[in-house]
Write a protein that binds this ligand. Structure first.
Ligand code: AMP
Length: 283
């Protein structure tokens, strides 16, 4: 499996790809790859000649040192998983390669999408995401970049970044992959005990409850019932918001379509999930 670790290797390789007129898909990740990541890689692999998967646990996007330290790292296993795909290469830089001193970066103002939901609860998180994705986009210059709807707000941030810095990359959104019982796949799930994993299912249950009942009763009543599902399972809720999927602003009333967004602590592990919910049409 071709695995690059330096910026120079990538630059050289990228020039060759352009000369060969090969299209390039890009999947940025923090590793500890699971079937959710793989669904992005497989889609990219179908839609491009070559796919680059980056694996880098980005310290700048962690607002809690303990979370950064306990984030799973398993490069060997990640490489083994990706080696089944023939047109995929890996970029696994260290921090000095990712952020060489002197490399220019003009931070951007994210505006309101950076201040709600994850932005409100994890100060600096999206600034860190913008920083690393800016450097990756500038270095790799892919034709298409693939991101999961699991991190719905991140997708909005990436679209804004792409427009702001005029990268002109096609941003491809990919649906959330779930375990058969509904739990959204996440590298952080590796840190859950069997008992915690069971409790974590309440997040999916609460989202499904809203999806199946949106529009039937006042939005605040339904939101509180959904919150109870999560709290009664023993999770510590960070937020449960029903927002407009385009603006991420809280919905005062049911709309044709809304996005339910959740963050909750299951033991030490902070999990996020979301679900698009159409309002049930009442007779
Ligand atoms: P991460 O390694 O957590 O930074 O995720 C890398 C990419 O994979 C991001 O675009 C995520 O949104 C996406 N991703 C993570 N989990 C899932 C999932 N369960 N389904 C689909 N995409 C996912």
């Amino acid at each position: 499996m071709q695995t690059f670790v330096t910026r120079d290797e990538i630059s050289h390789w990228r020039k060759q790809l352009s000369q060969d007129q090969k299209s390039l898909g890009f999947v940025p990740t923090m590793g500890a790859l699971h079937a959710g990541h793989l669904s992005l890689v497989k889609k990219a692999s179908k839609e491009n000649d070559i796919v680059l998967v980056s694996i880098f646990v980005n310290p700048k996007q962690f607002n809690q040192q303990a979370d950064l330290q306990s984030y799973p790292r398993m490069l060997e296993a990640d490489i083994a998983l990706l080696s089944a795909l023939s047109n995929v290469v890996i970029f696994a830089p260290n921090e000095a390669e990712m952020y060489p001193s002197g490399l220019a970066f003009e931070p951007m103002q994210l505006g309101e999408i950076g201040t709600v939901l994850e932005g409100a609860k994890r100060p600096g998180h999206f600034d860190g995401v913008v920083h690393v994705v800016h450097h990756l986009f500038a270095l790799i210059a892919p034709d298409r970049a693939y991101f999961g709807e699991k991190d719905f707000q991140q997708l909005a941030v990436i679209r804004k970044l792409n427009a702001h810095y005029q990268f002109g990359i096609e941003i491809v959104a990919c649906p959330t992959k779930r375990d058969p019982d509904g739990l959204a796949m996440s590298s952080r799930n590796l840190r859950l005990s069997a008992q915690e994993r069971n409790k974590a299912l309440s997040i999916f249950k609460a989202l499904t409850f809203i999806k199946e009942n949106a529009g039937k009763e006042p939005i605040e009543t339904m939101r509180h019932r959904a919150i109870l599902i999560i709290e009664e399972a023993g999770l510590l809720l960070d937020y449960f918001e029903i927002v407009d999927p385009h603006t991420l602003k809280t919905c005062a009333d049911w709309q044709a379509e809304q996005l339910c967004c959740v963050a909750a602590f299951c033991g030490e592990v902070r999990l996020i999930d979301n679900m698009l919910c159409e309002s049930v049409k009442l007779p």
